[in-house]
Write a protein that binds this ligand. Structure first.
Ligand SMILES: Cc1ncc(COP(=O)(O)O)c(C=O)c1O
Ligand SMILES: N[C@@H](CCOP(=O)(O)O)C(=O)O
Length: 467
């Protein structure tokens, strides 16, 4: 499988090179040149298989010859061995046809572990084969960073630098990152928002001199490997509820549009999905775009679902690429408009096509808290605020009651104890392995929102700086 940039200029790459490239050199995001198809018979055959086997069958067509079947199966097995639930991503029934897909049973208690645990192993494998080392940079609103640090810590092939917005992640999220003291791990608190951190990461990729000097690689969902690994659970959930014979709907708590784009990819591969609901908090750029066709960046507002406090949703570019018939020149024009004026407009025809597949809802702070409280009372399930945004959006946009509605539960409530306690009076406990997190030593640097300062910090510490 080859990969093409959404801007249409950077050369096509094989899987392993797209994996290490992160952002394409023309500023675009890599997508497969075509969507691999899983026939109805092949999808049906996934029912009842262990998660690891479904992961192998869904990811295999994206990966190509560079990684053999045995190696891929071994890496998948190792990746999910650390999950606390034997189903890896269990489905829980909440109402007659309402389901919660629990994606938070990995080592750092958020859905990011599902992709990051396999991504780090793919990196190691490919880097060892090439005899290379890379400098990984990532931006986080709290969860990507902790999952990436957990997955990459101590690896000889990588140094990892994670930028988070200072004071805008929960204390548990921050400590999950800053208490990892391995020599290859570096945390940077940036004066600004997640969007500022993400813009710095993209600017480092677009600074080709720096990029080559430190052998830059990325682990945000700009990296196709992240999205690929997230496609798997859309298949496991759908087949568990009668797919492919019976279409299902998903409500996805959304920020950077990576997770829901994985659902879109599953649909493009042949999985019958009736609707994908974009569930946003008050940082509602995507809900506004679906409504009006105008994508217009606003100020980021801090919320009780901080991991979704995002305005510039990277992966929306991947959807635009498909919506505009894979025309890189048009995507480039829209993205130039975004960087010059903070906005672009989607034409009516494309918007209609997007709306056929996606719905969207904005959930405010009081509705999020009320959903946590009411869900606990009605079902006994203690939700985190991000999952609550998803569940509230699902309730609002629910269509045909015979179609199973699956809400993605993206984080464990113990990552956001203050919001959960305020809503329910219950303080959710961390799993025993993390119970001492508040007394562990922290290590982090604070830097201004300044590209030069961040690049200097990284250059001085990365082991892969060219001599
Ligand atoms: C807990 C949680 N829920 C939802 C999201 C949104 O996912 P995405 O950025 O893929 O849209 C994030 C962050 O990305 C998150 O950390
Ligand atoms: N919510 C994310 C933001 C980064 O998203 P990514 O999926 O592009 O890595 C976070 O928790 O860091």
């Amino acid at each position: 499988m080859k990969y093409v940039s959404t801007r249409g200029i950077a050369p096509e790459l094989e899987f392993e090179d797209a994996l290490l490239a992160g952002l394409a050199r023309d500023g675009g995001l890599y997508v497969p040149v075509e969507w691999p198809q899983l026939s109805e018979r092949k999808i049906r055959a996934l029912a009842g298989l262990p998660y690891e086997e479904v992961a192998f069958r869904v990811m295999r067509p994206f990966i190509g010859e560079a990684i053999g079947d045995d190696d891929l199966q071994r890496m998948i097995g190792e990746a999910y061995a650390s999950f606390r639930h034997k189903a890896i991503v269990p489905l829980r029934q909440l109402g007659s046809n309402d389901w919660l897909l629990e994606l938070f049973h990995g080592p750092t208690l958020a859905f990011k572990d599902v992709a990051m645990q396999i991504l780090a192993r793919l990196f190691d494998h490919v880097l060892a084969a090439k005899g290379r080392r890379v400098t990984v940079v990532g931006a986080t609103s709290g969860d990507t960073g902790s999952a990436a640090i957990e997955a990459f810590k101590g690896r000889d092939t990588t140094d990892i630098f994670i930028l988070h917005p200072k004071g805008r992640v929960s204390e548990v999220q921050r400590r999950q990152m800053t208490t990892v003291l391995d020599a290859n791990v570096h945390n940077i608190a940036i004066e600004g928002s997640f969007d500022d951190c993400q813009a710095l990461v993209k600017a480092m990729f677009n600074d080709h001199g720096f990029r080559d000097e430190v052998s830059l690689a990325g682990v945000n969902s700009i990296n196709w490997g992240r999205v690929m690994a997230q496609i798997v659970y859309f298949f496991t959930a759908a087949v568990a509820l009668g797919g492919p014979a019976r279409p299902v709907a998903f409500s996805v708590p959304t920020g950077n549009f990576g997770d829901i784009f994985a659902g879109y990819a599953a649909a493009r591969m042949g999985l019958p999905i009736e609707k994908l609901i974009v569930a946003t908090n008050v940082n509602d750029i995507l809900a506004r775009t679906m409504e009006s066709g105008r994508y217009e960046v606003d100020k980021v507002v801090p919320t009780i679902s901080p991991s979704m406090d995002i305005q510039v949703s990277s992966n929306f570019e991947r959807l635009l690429f498909d919506a505009y018939g894979r025309d890189g020149a048009t995507v480039t024009r829209l993205m130039q408009s975004l960087s010059q004026s903070g906005a672009f407009t989607i034409d009516a025809l494309r918007l209609e096509a997007i709306r056929a597949q996606f719905g969207a809802a904005r959930v405010d702070e009081s509705e999020t808290s009320a959903t946590i409280k009411e869900t606990l009372a009605a079902t006994g399930e203690l939700l985190d605020p991000h999952s609550a945004v998803g569940l509230a959006a699902a309730a609002r946009l629910r269509g045909d009651p015979s179609v199973p509605m699956i809400t993605l539960a993206t984080a464990h409530p113990a990552k956001f104890p203050d919001a959960v306690k305020a809503a329910t009076g219950i303080h959710p406990d961390l799993p025993p392995a993390m119970a001492d997190i508040f007394t562990r030593e922290e290590r982090l640097a604070a830097l201004p929102n300044d590209l030069g300062a961040v690049e200097t910090f990284i250059r001085e510490r990365a082991r892969s700086v060219a001599a």
